[in-house]
Design a protein around this ligand. Structure first.
Ligand code: PAZ
Length: 324
């Protein structure tokens, strides 16, 4: 499918989706993002010597914000540190995928999990002759982070695109979907980001900072249109699609995940509960549910490792089904 932005919107019946994109503030750097995506997808479309077509996964990571003023001072935020997305990106790259990492500015980054909170201030020392050098106790982790990150970016296997607001996130997601749709079944979406369900339409926001002298604040939030189902139907219908469902009440988690599977027609939904999300997730699929756990016997083992392994396996089966 090779439809342009406006063609897709015309084909999509939803008035809410059209009005969301029409009223969103124009994406800064849209041309530059499109250029980077085109180059990345072209580079990853050619069949390498081993004959295995490169697979591309878009990993979304971190929470989207909802501005409460156009010149934004205040906003509503969504919980997500970005750890899941950053760690999964590393495992996908290790599995031979090329990754488009769509992340919230300031959230966790691939290859940085072993670094201290403030690497610049904590990892470096100033020597007697005023040169800067890495402190020996951090040398190994800094070297590994820099070299693995650089290898992925310079090798053309990692493209990082930042967002902050729900408007930026959905506009960039649409550009990504347009670009990777030509890869057909070789493309995957892995929606680990925490995306706002509600927002204030741009034209209803005041331009300047809200004033407390005006008294209590009443805000009416509109519902963010469900873009995953549009992506499945129109934007990139052949891509393998994994969404996430986060709940704090474990009693409703699996039912909500099953509902999302049915409604959005994704291939699998990864269900996770806030307090146990780093230890265990449940992959909900038509063929049945699979519990995926971190191997607690292995120091430093992460749940994203077996999770990505399972999804890569299912993605292979999905590609094979079509005889590609
Ligand atoms: O980013 P993080 O590692 O702190 O948390 C990951 C997560 C809980 C945001 C993710 O696994 C997830 O469930 N994302 C979708 C959230 C949602 O239901 O909208």
């Amino acid at each position: 499918m090779d439809a342009t932005h406006s063609e897709v919107l015309q084909e999509t019946p939803s008035v809410e989706i059209k009005s969301f994109f029409d009223s969103a503030p124009p994406l800064k750097d849209a041309d530059e993002i499109s250029r980077k995506l085109k180059e990345f997808v072209e580079r990853n479309s050619s069949t390498p010597e081993n004959g295995r077509v490169t697979r591309v996964v878009c990993v979304t990571s971190g929470g989207t914000t909802v501005p409460l003023e156009q010149r934004c001072v205040r906003y509503i935020d969504n919980f997500s540190s970005g750890h899941r997305g950053a760690a999964s990106t590393e495992y996908f790259l290790k599995a031979g995928y090329s990754v488009i990492f769509l992340y919230r500015r300031g959230s966790c980054q691939p290859y940085c999990s072993s670094l201290p909170d403030d690497p610049l201030l904590e990892c470096f020392d100033i020597t007697d002759d005023s040169k800067i050098q890495v402190h020996p106790s951090h040398a190994e982790v800094v070297k590994r982070a820099i070299s693995e990150h650089r290898a992925a970016v310079v090798g053309g296997n990692l493209l990082k695109l930042p967002f902050t607001t729900i408007f930026e996130y959905l506009q960039i997601l649409q550009l990504i979907a347009d670009s990777v749709s030509k890869l057909g079944r070789s493309a995957m979406f892995y929606f680990a980001a925490a995306v706002s369900d509600f927002y204030v339409p741009w034209e209803l926001l005041t331009e300047h900072k809200l004033q407390s002298a005006s008294g209590p604040l009443d805000i009416r939030l509109a519902q963010v249109p469900k873009m995953i189902s549009v992506l499945r139907k129109a934007w990139a219908p052949m891509a393998f699609c994994i969404s996430f469902k986060l709940e704090t009440d474990s009693n409703i988690l699996l039912a909500k995940a099953a509902m999302a599977l049915e409604k959005n027609k994704v291939h699998m939904v990864v269900a996770n509960e806030l307090s146990t999300r780093k230890d265990e997730v449940i992959v909900v699929a038509k063929s049945g549910n699979i519990v995926v756990r971190r191997d607690k016997a292995q120091p430093g083992a992460e749940v994203e490792s077996p999770l990505v392994e399972l999804l890569v396996d299912r993605h292979s089966a999905y590609i094979k089904e079509a005889g590609v």
